[in-house]
Design a protein around this ligand. Structure first.
Ligand SMILES: Nc1nc2c(ncn2[C@@H]2O[C@H](COP(=O)(O)OP(=O)(O)O)[C@@H](O)[C@H]2O)c(=O)[nH]1
Ligand SMILES: [Mg+2]
Length: 465
C-alpha cells in the first residue's frame, strides 16, 4: 500500500482560462502557516472568510474567499485551505507562486483524491468515480458516476464479500470437523450459498458492463466502395453536415471522426475512404488508413448499394478477407453489419433487416437510405443490441475495464468453488478458491491493491483533483 507523503501540496483546482472565480487548493500540515502568511490568520473552520491575499512584500495579489477545513473532516482528510480568487491566469499564477514560496509543492495529477483514498475518506471505486463524473459525456454517464460516488457499487461489492466470508467460515469449520461424523458442508448449505453469490456477482457484472459502455462507448467504422453513401450515413447519424458528399467517387480520403450519443451510448464513428485500387497516392493512403481503422473497430458498417445486393461475395471482397488468416477473417465478419443503402431508388422497398450467411458467419443486412433518412432507427437499435445496451440505466454504476476484469475473474474462482462443492473436491481447494474470489473483489474497492495500480489510476486524473 502506498505510503502517504506528508508534505503539503497545492494546485489550481479550476480549469485554465478566464473565469469569474479561480480556486487554489492546499492540503497538508503546512496549511496553517500558509493561511497566516497570506491572509493574516487561520479562518474559522468551514466559514467563508473574505480577505486580501498578500504577497511576501505585503502587496495585495488578489482578494477573495478563504475556506479552511481542518483534518480529518476535509476532502483529503488533512487540513485543507481553499483560496477562491479571480479566475485569470496571471492572478492564479502569482497566488500559486506565493503559496509555493511558503513550502507547499505542486500536487501531482489526482494527488488530492489519492490522499482522500489513502486516508480512508473514499474507496478506490469512489475515487475513480470522481474522475468519471468530471469526464461524463452524457446525462446517463453522469448519473451512473454519481451512483458509484455515493457508494452504491462499493456497497454491493461489500455485501458480496460479506456473504463469501460467511461461506469461508463454514468451509473452514468443515475442514476442522472433517474427522467427525457430521457433514458441515451440507448442514450449513454451502453449495446453495455459493450459487446465490454467483447470481449476485452476475447481476453486479451486468450493471457494471452497462456502466462501462456508458463511459467508454463503442468504435464504429463506416467502410465500403466509393459512392456507396458512407459519408452520407455519417452525416445522417451525427445529424451534422460533417463529411463532404459528392457524386464523385473518391471524395473522402482522410479518416473523419464524430462522436454521437445514442440514448446515452457514446458511439465513436469513423468515416473512411472508399475501398478500391487506385493509382492516386493520396487515395492509396486513404484506403490504407481505412483498412487500419477497420481492424480496430468494434463494429464495421459495410455500406453497399442496395441495387447490387445479389452477389454478396463480390460486395464483401472489399474487406480483403483472403489476405487474412481464417481466424481474423471470421473476426472481421463477426464485427460486420451490411448496410444496403439507397433504397429510395428502389420502388416498393421499405426499410427492413434480413440476414445472410457468408463463410459460416451470419451477417445482418439493414436496408435503408442514408440520404432520405429512412430506416436509420433500425441501424441504431441494431448497434445498441450488439453491445447489449439498454437505455434503462436504473441501478447502473459507472465502471471501468479494470472492474469488469476483476468481476469476471472473481466469477471464475467462485464457479470453480461451486464445482468443487458438487464434486466433493478437497475442502482446502474450495477454501482457496473462495479466498481468491475475495481477493479479486478487494481489488475493485482498493482493499487489496498494488502501488503500481494506484499510481496508474490516479495519474489519469487532472491536477487539482
Ligand atoms: N438516392 C440516394 N442517393 C444517395 C444516398 N446516400 C448517398 N447518396 C448519394 O450517393 C453519392 C455518394 O455519396 P457519399 O456519401 O459521398 O458516398 P461515399 O463515397 O461512400 O462517402 C452522393 O451523390 C450522394 O448524394 C441515398 O440513400 N439515396
Ligand atoms: Mg465519402
Amino acid at each position: 500500500m502506498s505510503q502517504i507523503d506528508n508534505d503539503t501540496i497545492c494546485a489550481i483546482a479550476t480549469p485554465p482560462g478566464r473565469s469569474g472565480v479561480g480556486i487554489i487548493r492546499i492540503s497538508g500540515d503546512g496549511v496553517a502557516a500558509v493561511a497566516s502568511a497570506i491572509i493574516g490568520k487561520l479562518p474559522e473552520p468551514r466559514f467563508a472568510h473574505y480577505s486580501n491575499f498578500r504577497d511576501a512584500d505585503g502587496s495585495i495579489i488578489d482578494q477573495g474567499l478563504a475556506l479552511f477545513f481542518p483534518g480529518p473532516n476535509s476532502f483529503t482528510g488533512e487540513d485543507v485551505l481553499e483560496l477562491q480568487g479571480h479566475g485569470g491566469a496571471q492572478v492564479l499564477t502569482a497566488l500559486l507562486n506565493r503559496v509555493q514560496s511558503l513550502g507547499p509543492r505542486l500536487a501531482r495529477a489526482g494527488e488530492f483524491s489519492e490522499r482522500a483514498f489513502l486516508n480512508n475518506k473514499i474507496d478506490l471505486l469512489q475515487a475513480e468515480a470522481i474522475a468519471d463524473l468530471i469526464d461524463a459525456s452524457s446525462e446517463q454517464a453522469r448519473r451512473s458516476a454519481m451512483r458509484t460516488l455515493q457508494g452504491e457499487f462499493s456497497r454491493q461489492i461489500h455485501s458480496l464479500v460479506a456473504a463469501i466470508t460467511a461461506i469461508r467460515v463454514n468451509v473452514e469449520a468443515a475442514i476442522d470437523f472433517s474427522d467427525e461424523d457430521i457433514d458441515v458442508m451440507s448442514d450449513t448449505g454451502v453449495g446453495t450459498a455459493i450459487q446465490d453469490s454467483l447470481a449476485a456477482l452476475q447481476t453486479i457484472f451486468e450493471r457494471a458492463e452497462q456502466g462501462a459502455l456508458l463511459k467508454e462507448g463503442i468504435n464504429v467504422v463506416i467502410a465500403g466502395q466509393p459512392n456507396a453513401g458512407k459519408s452520407s450515413l455519417l452525416n445522417t447519424l451525427s445529424g451534422q453536415d460533417s463529411a463532404i458528399v459528392t457524386e464523385i467517387a473518391g471524395t473522402t480520403r482522410d479518416l473523419l471522426r464524430q462522436e454521437i450519443n445514442l440514448n446515452g451510448l457514446p458511439i465513436h464513428v469513423t468515416d473512411t475512404a472508399g475501398l478500391r485500387d487506385s493509382d492516386d497516392p493520396v487515395e492509396q493512403e486513404g484506403v490504407r488508413r481505412a483498412r487500419a481503422a477497420m481492424t480496430q473497430a468494434d463494429q464495421i458498417l459495410l455500406v453497399v448499394d442496395s441495387n447490387q445486393t445479389e452477389n454478396w461475395a463480390e460486395q464483401l471482397s472489399v474487406l480483403a478477407l483472403d489476405e487474412l488468416s481464417d481466424e481474423n477473417a471470421k473476426s472481421v465478419l463477426r464485427r460486420t453489419t451490411l448496410i444496403a443503402n439507397k433504397i429510395d431508388l428502389r420502388p416498393g422497398v421499405e426499410p427492413h433487416m434480413q440476414s445472410t450467411d457468408y463463410q459460416g458467419v451470419t451477417l445482418s443486412v439493414i436496408h435503408l437510405s442514408a440520404q432520405q433518412q429512412l430506416g436509420i432507427e433500425l441501424l441504431i437499435s441494431r448497434l445498441q443490441d450488439l453491445v447489449g445496451f439498454t437505455a434503462n440505466e436504473e441501478g447502473v454504476f459507472v465502471a471501468r475495464k479494470r472492474h469488469l476484469d476483476a468481476l469476471a475473474s472473481a466469477h471464475n474462482y467462485l464457479n470453480t468453488a461451486a464445482g468443487g462443492v458438487s464434486n466433493h473436491a478437497p475442502l482446502e481447494l474450495i477454501a482457496e478458491d473462495l479466498r481468491l474470489t475475495q481477493r479479486e473483489l478487494g481489488q475493485i474497492t482498493g482493499e487489496v491493491s498494488s502501488d503500481d495500480l494506484l499510481g496508474e489510476i490516479f495519474s489519469n486524473f487532472c491536477v487539482g483533483k
